[in-house]
Design a protein around this ligand. Sequence first.
Ligand code: SAM
Length: 222
Amino acid sequence: MEDMAGDETSFYSKAEVYWRDVSPTVDGMLGGYGRISNIDINGSKAFLHKFLGDGAGQTGRGVALDCGAGIGRISKRLLLPLFGTVDLVDVTQEFLDKARTYLEEDGQRVGHFFCSGLQDFVPESGRYDVIWIQWVIGHLTDDHLVEFLRRCQGALRPNGLILIKDNMAYEGVVPDEVDSSVCRELPMVRSLASRAGLRIVHEEQQLDFPKEIYQVHTLALR
Ligand SMILES: C[S@@+](CC[C@H](N)C(=O)[O-])C[C@H]1O[C@@H](n2cnc3c(N)ncnc32)[C@H](O)[C@@H]1O
């Protein structure tokens, strides 16, 4: 990852070029694993429900932010059914364009479609109950991920939560030259979150995914 820092510009521009060529479909979002989307969404729903409710200290259901949203696979099935308003941010304009039709009626409750890299994106202070960051952290350098998470913390409402759901390497950092990303081991992701001043409130491994793919963990942070 540190090696990557010198070549930061091409790390980001190669990823942009890669995603520009990917079809704006669920299968495209999941690298050909569209069939795992249901299991993924159901797992996320169960995870998130632990924090949503009317009691004191529960997370609100006002506004959510979908980071690296792509065509809005997660917004459609997880966030729009649970939150009044959802904002999407992604670096690929074509995916956001597709989201406008893919989200159908519920798309009317999208607040903003932001076309930006997360490394440059500044979420509005105090706006979000939930910030969902899935299958995109590997596209940020360590320092940019830490800085982005810090900005996310400032963008939370009281009792708000940041969720990271992503592939975790078995050991160390595994680079992917094809989409220009890295896959970090879980202890590294925890330590980057802690560098950002965030505390892990809850953590789970997603079960029932195919054996041949990376293990996927969800971290709730605030
Ligand atoms: C594997 S897809 C996941 C999409 C969505 N999170 C999901 O789970 O369906 C990765 C997404 O991250 C976006 N992306 C890649 N690099 C990014 C960056 N630096 N900032 C924001 N989005 C990025 C891509 O355009 C793509 O939509």
